[in-house]
Design a protein around this ligand. Structure first.
Ligand SMILES: Nc1nc2c(c(=O)[nH]1)N[C@H]1C(S)=C(S)[C@@H](COP(=O)(O)OP(=O)(O)OC[C@H]3O[C@@H](n4cnc5c(=O)[nH]c(N)nc54)[C@H](O)[C@@H]3O)O[C@H]1N2
Ligand SMILES: Nc1nc2c(c(=O)[nH]1)N[C@H]1C(S)=C(S)[C@@H](COP(=O)(O)OP(=O)(O)OC[C@H]3O[C@@H](n4cnc5c(=O)[nH]c(N)nc54)[C@H](O)[C@@H]3O)O[C@H]1N2
Ligand code: SF4
Ligand SMILES: [Mo]
Length: 874
């Protein structure tokens, strides 16, 4: 692919997590990009995690959607846009504005988001636009609005470094916000007196730097923070002066006193240690993420945390405050433009007639949504029931990520008219579309994103749009124009949209909104091109900084509100499945799945389960488990570990119909939502578990795409091909036939059979080079996958069927350092053989952990467990 401009580095922003790292991208002479961290960006100061570092590997055209499609056939843009506009207009004319809906994404750029929201709320006149942020940030938004009167994140990233105590609640920062984690780890190293506490039922990589890990009962966070509020009061640790600025203290305290701290299931001594640490440390930051938000009491959990910070006045001051981490790169931008069904642009209130009138006046638009629209779970229910007859999904993959995912997929499949805008051709959702619209992606589009600390940064175009792909804002504006509203959507560039948004924010600021960037209202194209990262607000009244230290809130009486929280604990079912993320993959893997480097760390969906549970269920380590409930089923690789609590196994969310059809864990999640925010409880799915009765297990590699036909399979890319884990309940009649179908060949394989051990191995060579191989066994296939992967495409003979390296070649084992491809076995040998017991020493010897640093927590834990094993042996 040809870069847009010359060889100079272009500043842009990473498209993955909400840390919002600055990236320097240098187009390479031979095509592609060289990517490094931007040393001048305040979020990362030159650092990148492994996902950011591997961005260049995800830019190929493989799998891209390059032209519009109508019912599967390629179509021109005019035809596709005409059809979309006509069907939406007809549906609205016949069934009213609420019979159509948009489901959008926190991975939209702010400009895309603004345009989608304007079309739905101001022109179609419905608020049926919701976003995947409903699955992600809705409880934080609702908690903020209850307490502050506005959706404001009070603090800054530097607070983490300035705090004396940082509490991570339901956040696996080491894997999900790695650069922020590195900043925290560096601050702790520089100032060893600093304390870190992790509150998570699971022992995660983030516990690596923790002084205390509270493995509380899942869902009991509100009980924990209520216990803290009661303790704050008992000790007189409240801030008397600050209490003057608050309402609701007595009621909140009373509810807290009535709460039984025993509900947390924590040992009394541990609980006391935490309460003492929190109460006796002034500079405290409480950082929280999906362990809080994704719960049927997520909003209450948020307010239980905010209550403690408000009562102690520890908010909006250096090193102090509650801090809600955003997941997606532009979750914050989406909230700013009012992308949620219950919000209005620029943090204005959709339920306030004066706000609605002001926005409609500004837009000079023909309509205005009369009130909130349907939230994600309700929206897909309305699709299922035929109340929504035309649906446009943009930049998200709900058939894989919504709770009750199989039912959501069926609902989409049954809808009269479904449009999907995506970069990729084949996802669980694109497969269900009547019209597919090809969108440009990262590095191909211009716009802005806002990170977790309210910092707005530019994403810049570095590469030309591939094929016929177009920018999302333009696609939406083109449809709006065809619906008869050209004048409201007549921008020529994202810069003009940004300027309009900035002007509207000035009006919002005058109405009392915290979000005001009107200083940029007159911005022109050149200034937009040169825009440096900045913190909002940016207005004549104030620029950047923290919120609420002055005790002035955005509520009608200006007071902060403490909210009484009465924790409800769901009764524990036999198994309560926790779900979340792994270090090197992003959501449904449409982009990270293209990188061999990112696919090395974890190549398969898995189930972390406690040894007691595994024993009782007769689950074999590295075998397969079948999970089911009345909504769906899944088959996952068993990983026996005491990192999780008995009864509370964990599974990652990343696998889909494209990569591992039986690994779609969202199909098991019930559509239970928080009553205030409408956010689903994605961290707790009641499930039953049993061993998957596999008659055979297989492992395959191939230089060309594979077509597995068996109950269990999971594919991952390799340099020069792909690998697949396989398993089936019945033996195929003929392994050669099975392998030929799998690899799409009629060639004659090399075969090695060991009938006694039930082992079967087949290899297909082409011109003396290994084209594909299948290894089958009656038990989980034991062979060095990293070794076998290196054989693909190489010159080979019958010895390829040995499955392990010769004695002179050490086996790397599972990859730990994805940047340099260093495996667990090499690191273990360095620890035990060479006596290296620091991450630095291992880095010096092997280079592991010396590039992006994402694997440093795992290296440290390998050292710790090796030392512990040595001590136990002595
Ligand atoms: N590598 C990677 N990074 C990502 C993403 C990705 O896909 N991959 N996605 C991004 C996005 S959109 C998001 S939203 C963030 C999510 O970032 P995080 O919220 O940090 O990640 P999760 O793994 O979803 O869940 C965090 C933790 O919540 C814990 N948890 C579950 N139930 C409870 C509970 O009841 N109480 C408490 N205290 N904890 C609980 C889980 O055990 C888990 O360790 O990550 C962002 N960053
Ligand atoms: N069980 C369970 N379910 C969960 C969660 C969980 O923890 N547990 N987490 C939830 C959370 S927090 C989140 S954020 C969601 C994420 O879930 P999704 O948003 O569904 O996941 P993604 O894979 O990020 O989907 C983004 C899609 O947009 C496409 N895309 C990328 N860039 C662009 C672009 O510029 N334009 C367009 N038009 N398309 C683009 C990608 O190819 C991809 O298909 O999952 C939620 N679901
Ligand atoms: S921490 Fe990693 S994924 Fe997140 S923005 Fe930075 S480089 Fe991207
Ligand atoms: Mo998210």
């Amino acid at each position: 692919m040809k870069p847009v401009s010359g060889k100079t580095a272009i500043r842009t922003t990473c498209p993955y997590c909400g840390v919002g790292c600055g990236v320097l991208a240098t187009p390479q002479p031979g095509g592609g990009l060289a990517v490094t961290g931007d040393p001048d960006h305040p979020a990362n100061r030159g650092r990148l995690c492994v996902k950011g570092a591997a961005l260049a590997e995800t830019l190929g055209l493989q799998g891209r959607l390059l032209a519009p499609r109508i019912h599967g056939r390629q179509a021109g843009w005019d035809e596709a846009l005409d059809l979309v506009a006509r069907r939406f207009s007809e549906t609205i004319a016949r069934h009213g504005p609420d019979s159509v809906a948009f489901y959008v994404s926190g991975q939209f750029l702010t400009e895309d988001y603004y345009v989608a929201n304007k079309l739905m709320k101001g022109y179609i006149g419905s608020a049926n636009i919701d976003t995947n942020s409903r699955l992600c940030m809705a409880s934080s938004v609702a908690g903020h609005r209850r307490a502050f009167g506005s959706d404001t994140v009070p603090g800054l990233y530097e607070d983490l470094e300035q705090a004396d105590l940082v509490v991570l609640v339901g956040s696996n920062l080491a894997w999900c916000h790695p650069v922020l984690y590195q900043r925290l780890a560096a601050a702790k190293e520089a100032r060893p007196g600093m304390r870190v506490v992790v509150v998570d039922p699971r022992r995660t990589a983030s516990c690596d730097i923790a002084d205390l890990h509270l493995a509380l009962a899942p869902g009991s966070d509100a009980a924990l923070f209520n216990a803290l509020l009661a303790e704050i009061d008992r000790r007189g640790a409240t801030d008397g002066g600050f209490l003057e600025n608050l309402s609701g203290f007595d009621a909140a305290l009373q509810a807290a006193r009535l709460t039984d701290p025993g509900a947390t299931g924590l040992p009394a001594r541990q609980l006391a240690e935490f309460l003492d640490l929190w109460c006796s440390t002034r500079r405290v930051v409480t950082l929280y993420s999906q362990g809080i938000n994704q719960s049927d009491s997520g909003t209450d959990k948020v307010n239980a945390i905010l209550n403690c910070h408000l009562a102690t006045g520890r908010i909006g001051r250096p090193g102090m405050g509650p801090f809600s981490l955003t997941g997606q790169p532009n979750a914050m931008g989406g909230r700013e433009v009012g992308g949620l069904a219950n919000m209005l642009a620029c943090h204005l209130d959709i339920e306030d007639p004066a706000h609605r009138e002001a926005v409609q006046g500004f837009w000079n638009s023909p309509a205005m949504a009369p009130g909130p629209g349907l939230k994600a779970v309700e929206m897909f229910r309305a699709v299922e029931e035929g109340r929504i007859r035309a649906l446009w999904i943009m930049c998200t993959n709900p058939a894989a990520s919504m709770p009750d995912a199989d039912r959501v997929a069926r609902a989409i499949g049954g809808c009269d008219f479904v449009v999907v805008s995506d970069m990729m051709a084949d996802t669980d959702t694109t497969r269900l579309a009547h019209v597919l619209l090809p969108a440009t992606g990262w590095a191909e589009k211009d716009g802005t994103v806002t990170n977790s600390e309210r910092r707005i940064s530019r994403q810049r175009r570095l590469l030309p749009a591939p094929g016929q792909a177009r920018d999302d804002w333009r696609i939406i504006a083109d449809v709006a124009a065809r619906m008869g509203w050209a004048e409201g959507f007549a921008w020529d560039s994202p810069a003009e949209i940004f300027a309009e948004h900035a002007r509207l924010s000035g009006l919002a600021g005058a109405l009392g909104s915290d979000f005001d960037i009107s200083l940029h209202a007159g911005i022109g194209g050149a200034e937009y091109d040169a825009l440096r990262p900045f913190l909002w607000p940016q207005s004549a009244r104030r620029r950047g900084g923290r919120f609420f230290a002055d005790g002035v809130f955005h509520t009608p009486d200006g007071k902060g509100r403490m909210v009484p929280v009465n924790p409800l604990l769901a009764p524990d079912r036999p198994f309560r499945l926790n779900t979340g993320r792994v270090r090197d993959h992003w959501h449904t893997m449409t982009r990270t799945g293209l990188s061999p480097r990112l696919s090395r760390h974890i190549a398969e969906p898995y189930l972390e389960i406690h040894p007691d549970d595994a024993r009782r269920l007769r689950l074999e380590p590295a075998g397969l488990a079948e999970l089911w409930n009345d909504r769906g089923r899944a088959i996952l690789r068993v990983l026996v570990t005491d990192r999780v609590r008995p009864g509370h196994p964990f599974a990652p969310i990343h696998w889909t119909g494209t990569t591992a059809p039986s690994g779609r864990v969202a199909a098991l999640v019930p559509p239970l939502t928080d009553p205030v925010s409408g956010q689903p409880a994605s961290k707790s799915a009641p499930v039953s578990i049993r061993p998957f009765a596999a008659a055979w297990y297989g492992f395959a590699i191939s230089t060309r795409p594979m077509r597995p036909e068996c109950r269990y399979w999971a594919q991952a890319v390799l340099p020069g091909g792909s690998q697949a884990e396989l398993a089936g309940e019945a033996l195929p009649e003929d392994w050669t036939g099975f392998a030929r179908a799998l690899f799409g060949t009629t060639a004659e394989p090399l075969v090695m059979r060991d009938a006694g051990r039930g082992i079967m191995r087949l290899a297909f060579l082409e011109a003396g080079r290994l084209r594909a191989a299948l290894f089958v066994a009656p038990r989980p296939v034991a062979l060095s996958r990293s070794h076998v992967a290196t054989l693909l495409g190489a010159e080979a003979g019958p010895s390829v069927l040995a499955g392990h390296p010769g004695s002179d070649l050490p086996d790397e084992g599972a990859t730990i350092c994805a940047c340099f491809g260093i495996g667990v076995n090499s690191i273990a040998r360095a620890i035990t053989g060479q006596g290296l017991v620091t991450v630095e020493a291992i880095g010096a010897a092997l280079r592991a952990g010396t590039n992006c640093g994402s694997c440093r927590p795992e290296i440290r834990s390998l050292i710790a467990s090796s030392l512990a094993a040595k001590q136990a042996a002595e």
